[in-house]
Design a binder for this molecule. Structure first.
Ligand code: NAP
Length: 438
């Protein structure tokens, strides 16, 4: 029997995810070797402090603060430190030394992905990052491999568990955003500084990655239009519910033609109304899901845990074994195809339906005035509903108008909203939200 080859695996970072990756590598060594065709030997774990307490018990002699030396002596490098530096430099060193790299670092990929992919292509080594989008959910490999014979037309993703938890709490309990956020922080779903999650930055990084793979082009964070959920109010949620919708923070990448007929991809993250019967509406709590529309496959949905040490480690191990198998079998590294060359479109080119909430004077003729103004701007109204409120102290009546439009361009909608604000019968525009799935 021929001796099995041993591949050295350097692990950078031993936090939530890294500790679970180390545990699985050590506990399941025999099974992983059988599936890989080589033994995966954990050669060391680079951390900031070798004496920190870890979530799992690991041999102390594996720990080092000398990440550079560890990387230079590895066949495979797993980067789970997070942040930009030194993660970026260590990945570049690994690639230039011919090691395959697995990372879960969406922030780094969104910022520097294109230059890192080029480094990988030049060196003929594989850079894999399944864990960077939607944690445990196998989504990047299906897009890259399983759907490589198809044409993806649209991707809608719930790719941030924190914001999905907050919106779900607001939907089920009627809570205000601040209270739902505080609850998410108490339960550990949201960080003390929740900005990256609630302002949509984390989802935008993932949207750039999803769009790049789906449309065989390169999109960076600056190509993603991003709006978070901090301005979504309990009354927006209630109004959406009333009309049969749920509000989700969606990462969207879709092929469109701009006003001049040029093809491009709109990549955006924003709170979105979805009909309650849409499959993504059923994604509750901190779960993630990605819904894909492809020309031949039709509609597909991938669902699961978007974060957490052990679930995310599953995605890391999948990438590791795939890269290790290639080292065993030989042959060129799998590279990303970027032959699509479709440009990113500005947000003005996006075409969706809209929900608009208006606080209006309770006078005869108001509805007609508003409907006429929408028509003048080429935005057609699908549903218009009026609710009358009476202030019990002042006895003054006001009216709330909720409008859902047919599909219109962002530019046409923005011009309509500006014009509506100028009408004397309008007290305020209370919300403007995009609608998908209708
Ligand atoms: P974490 O718990 O903060 O752990 C980071 C680890 O990296 C720690 O062990 C830390 O060392 C080490 N480290 C940080 N800076 C270092 C430096 N300059 N030199 C050496 N070691 C350094 O992070 P995590 O939650 O496991 O996340 C790791 C990566 O996976 C991130 O890119 C994250 O975005 C991504 N990811 C995480 C999840 C998740 O659920 N957590 C899901 C998907 C993707 P010490 O222990 O000594 O401080």
């Amino acid at each position: 029997m021929t001796e099995m080859r041993t591949l050295k695996v350097a692990l950078l970072g031993c936090g939530n995810v890294g500790a679970q990756v180390a545990r699985i590598l050590l506990e399941d060594a025999d099974a992983l070797a059988a599936r890989t065709g080589a033994r995966l030997q954990l050669s060391g774990i680079a951390v900031r402090n070798v004496n920190s307490r870890r979530d799992v018990e690991l041999p102390q002699e594996l720990f080092t603060t000398d990440a550079d030396t560890l990387v230079k002596d590895a066949d495979l490098v797993i980067e789970l430190m997070g942040g930009i530096e030194p993660a970026r430099s260590l990945i570049v060193t690994a690639i230039r030394n011919g090691a395959c790299v697995v990372t879960g670092n969406k922030a780094l990929l969104a910022q520097d992905g294109p230059s890192l992919y080029e480094e990988g292509d030049k060196a003929g080594v594989q850079l894999s990052y399944e864990a960077a989008v939607a944690g445990a959910i196998p989504i990047l490999r299906p897009i890259r491999d399983s759907l490589s014979g198809d044409r993806i037309t649209r991707v809608l993703g719930i790719v941030n568990g924190t914001t999905n938890y907050i919106l779900d709490q607001m939907d089920t309990t009627g809570a205000q955003f601040a209270d739902a956020l505080a609850e998410a922080q108490r339960l550990g779903y949201a960080e003390a500084d929740p900005t990256a999650d609630v302002e949509g930055h984390d989802a935008a990084a993932k949207a750039a990655i999803l769009a790049s793979l789906s449309f065989h082009s390169r999109f960076a964070l600056e190509n993603v239009h991003c709006e978070g959920i901090s301005s979504v109010s309990a009354s927006d949620i209630a109004a959406a519910k009333d009309a049969g919708f749920v509000i989700k923070l969606l990462a969207i990448a879709e092929k469109l033609n701009d006003a001049d007929g040029n093809e491009g991809v709109s990549v955006r993250v924003h709170p979105t109304l979805l009909p309650r019967e849409h499959p993504l509406a059923a994604v509750r709590g901190a779960f993630n899901a990605v819904f894909i529309e492809a020309e031949n496959a039709g509609e597909l949905m991938f669902y699961g845990q978007g974060a957490g040490g052990t679930p995310t480690a599953s995605a890391v191990l999948g990438d590791l074994i795939s890269a290790a198998r290639r080292l065993v079998l030989g042959g060129p590294a799998r590279t990303e195809t970027t032959t699509g060359h479709v440009p990113a479109l500005p947000i003005d080119a996006a075409v969706t339906s809209y929900y608009i909430g208006l606080d209006v004077a309770d006078q005869p003729g108001v509805l007609a005035k508003i409907a006429q103004l929408f028509a003048e701007h080429g935005v057609s109204i699908e549903i218009m509903r009026q609710t009358i409120h009476r202030d019990t102290e002042s006895n003054v009546e006001s009216a709330e108008l909720r409008i859902i439009t047919h599909r219109a361009s962002e530019a046409a909608l923005a011009a309509t909203v500006e014009a509506v604000k100028g009408l004397d019968v309008i007290n305020s525009v209370t919300s403007v939200l995009r609608v998908e799935g209708v």
